[in-house]
Design a protein around this ligand. Structure first.
Ligand SMILES: Nc1nc2c(ncn2[C@@H]2O[C@H](COP(=O)(O)OP(=O)(O)O)[C@@H](O)[C@H]2O)c(=O)[nH]1
Ligand SMILES: [Mg+2]
Length: 239
């Protein structure tokens, strides 16, 4: 079996959507009713994907802003402790280390869904490409009677974001938890393979790419940024 690779996964989303419960279900297979929303923690877990071992380092971020007061707050979120502060935003220090992102909302909160756009925009801006391994997760799907975001709407929006995959999960009943992480892991493997192919093509043309100042990811990032600018830039049509 091939060597284990380490991929960093960042779990993002508003406070109270179930990021910690989801992570605990995946990593430890346990349901924990209540987490301290201010705690940010990371975990490791190895999973087999298509005959390869992938080591995941999962950062469970501390988004502590609960659902806005303008919408009804489900009982499952009211139990959470301290006064809300700010929604977690990816920053230069967390986003570059993330190879893949889970953008989590609660199907019982429209606001938590609406917040994902800004998170996604920030990730794309910092990464310099919209080709980032990512999965949209609608958690708490066991609370069907409190649903505020339809599956069709969440799916349509996710699809319009570069065909980002959408899953509905329940951390409580462990529905689709493994599937979400497996999908993200496959995307990260694919991105890595694409990066290797690009580097091999570069080396075939320019010779071995070494040196301390230019890492493979740096070069690849520049390539992706350049390509994106060209794609979005004004087109010159020769008649
Ligand atoms: N019914 C239900 N409640 C959930 C689910 N996931 C999390 N919760 C509850 O939602 C609250 C917030 O969960 P937590 O993981 O701390 O949210 P975080 O702030 O995003 O990390 C807790 O009271 C959990 O018990 C779920 O899938 N179904
Ligand atoms: Mg949490």
């Amino acid at each position: 079996m091939a060597q284990s690779q380490v991929y960093q996964v960042v779990v993002l989303g508003a406070g109270g959507v179930g990021k910690s419960c989801l992570t605990a279900q995946f990593v430890q297979g346990v349901w924990i009713e209540s987490y301290d929303p201010t705690i940010e923690d990371s975990y490791t877990k190895q999973i087999p994907i298509d005959g390869r071992q992938c080591m995941l380092e999962i950062l469970d971020t501390a988004g502590t802003e609960q659902f806005s007061s303008s919408e009804s707050t489900p009982a499952s979120c009211r139990s959470i402790g301290p006064t809300p502060t700010q929604t977690y935003q990816p920053t230069d220090t967390t986003t570059p280390i993330g190879h893949g992102f889970l953008l989590v909302f609660s199907i019982t909160s429209k606001n938590s869904f609406n917040e994902l756009k800004a998170l996604r925009d920030t990730i794309i801006q910092i990464k310099g490409t919209d080709q980032v391994p990512m999965v949209i997760v609608g958690n708490k799907c066991d609370l069907a009677e409190e649903r505020a975001v339809s599956r069709a709407h969440a799916f349509a929006v996710s699809h319009s974001w570069n065909k980002t995959h959408y899953y509905e999960t329940s951390a409580r009943s462990r529905l689709n938890i493994d599937q979400v992480f497996t999908d993200l892991c496959r995307q990260m493997l694919q991105a890595d393979a694409e990066q290797d192919r690009f580097m091999q093509a570069q080396e075939a043309v320019y010779g071995p790419l070494g040196g301390k100042s230019t890492s493979k990811r740096d070069l690849y990032g520049r390539h992706r940024r350049r390509r994106r600018r060209r794609d979005n830039g004004p087109r010159c049509v020769i008649l």
